[in-house]
Design a protein around this ligand. Structure first.
Ligand SMILES: Nc1ncnc2c1ncn2[C@@H]1O[C@H](COP(=O)(O)OP(=O)(O)OP(=O)(O)O)[C@@H](O)[C@H]1O
Ligand SMILES: [Mg+2]
Length: 305
């Protein structure tokens, strides 16, 4: 069975508003699957229906062969859900908390080993309130792993963290995935989705508007890669235009701007040209299309207004 999750016509309605509108997708065993979308798109609602935490208005979710609505208990034993750090009890240290969670699943766990996995061994005797934001997030991931789940769900795992802590968490999420766990995460950070996810569902206004492997999504922007640079001596536009795979070349500010459909071909040609003509490339910058561009193209609006 290649799919660990199958979502069919999943819908959530409150009174007359439909917040998740008949969405369909599968999550493959072993992948990192991302749901990317702006505030209010329906990401958390989707996740909570899959996890069995929120009732389904209509449609179906099959997780590891079990229907989430009918076999909720079985599903809960095979998933890990990252809790908000505020929901941990006071008065217990990290080791005691993990042991308590393990007991809820009738499991004797090696709490120290779990803390090691999320790099919190030295905080074993601390309480959650004594941890930094990034440490709290890592601890909540450790807590979600106590039942050795098949699928780990992360709802905006790095929101509110500084760049260093975010990168640290990305490494942790990748390493958990490499150890064989399927991961489903939501995010509204383009860079996060791009770096972590094998496949991404782009969600907007309760619907999935596009789903593909990350690499393919990035091609959808239809935009070219741009190369900017300055030089220590003037160089000819005609010569630049003749470089491999160049679409356009023009002067911009105190330097030049090239657009190319194939940066891998253009850049070596540019370096060789500079060497042959005896000029130096200064401040060389590469701008590749991002998921931000793709989102704009697909929806006509930016991810964050
Ligand atoms: N209990 C509820 N009653 C009515 N509407 C709700 C309820 N819970 C959520 N909604 C609405 O459903 C929509 C989707 O919410 P959801 O939390 O799934 O969005 P999200 O994509 O996770 O957003 P964010 O990025 O802000 O976390 C929102 O418009 C929200 O106001
Ligand atoms: Mg949300």
């Amino acid at each position: 069975m290649t799919n660990i999750i199958e979502v069919k016509n999943l819908t959530k309605r409150y009174e007359k508003v439909t917040v998740v509108d008949g969405i369909n997708f599968e999550v493959r065993r072993g992948e990192i699957f991302g749901i990317l979308g702006p505030n209010g798109a329906g990401k958390t609602t989707t996740l909570e229906m899959i996890e069995g935490l929120k009732s389904i208005t209509s449609g179906q979710v099959i997780l590891n062969g079990h229907d989430v609505s009918k076999e909720t208990r079985k599903v809960k034993f095979s998933i890990g859900v990252q809790l908000q750090s505020s929901s941990f009890f006071d008065g217990l240290n990290l080791i005691e908390l993990l042991e308590t969670f393990g007991a809820l699943y009738n499991r004797k766990i090696d709490a120290m080993e779990l803390l090691r996995e999320v790099q919190l061994e030295e905080k074993a005797k601390a309480e959650v309130k004594e941890l930094s934001g990034g440490q709290k997030q890592r601890f909540s991931i450790a807590a979600a792993l106590v039942n050795d789940p098949k699928v780990l769900f992360l709802d905006e795992p790095t929101t509110g963290l500084d760049p260093q802590a975010r990168r640290n968490l990305w490494d942790l999420i990748s390493s958990i995935n490499k150890k064989g766990k399927t991961i489903v995460l939501t995010t509204h950070y383009m860079d996060e989705a791009e770096i972590l996810c094998d496949r991404i569902a782009v969600m907007d206004h309760a619907k999935i508007i596009k789903l593909d492997i990350t690499e393919n999504l990035l091609k959808l922007s239809g935009l070219d890669t741009a190369v900017h640079f300055r030089v220590d001596k003037p160089c000819s536009i005609e010569h630049l235009q003749a470089l491999a795979d160049i679409k356009e070349a023009y002067e911009e500010g105190h330097g030049y701007r090239l657009t190319t459909a194939n940066a891998e071909g253009t850049l070596p040609a540019l370096f060789k040209h500079a060497k042959d003509c005896g000029f130096k490339l200064i401040d060389l910058q590469l701008h590749q299309p991002t998921l931000e561009d793709v989102f704009l193209k697909l929806t006509g609006h930016a991810l964050r207004d």
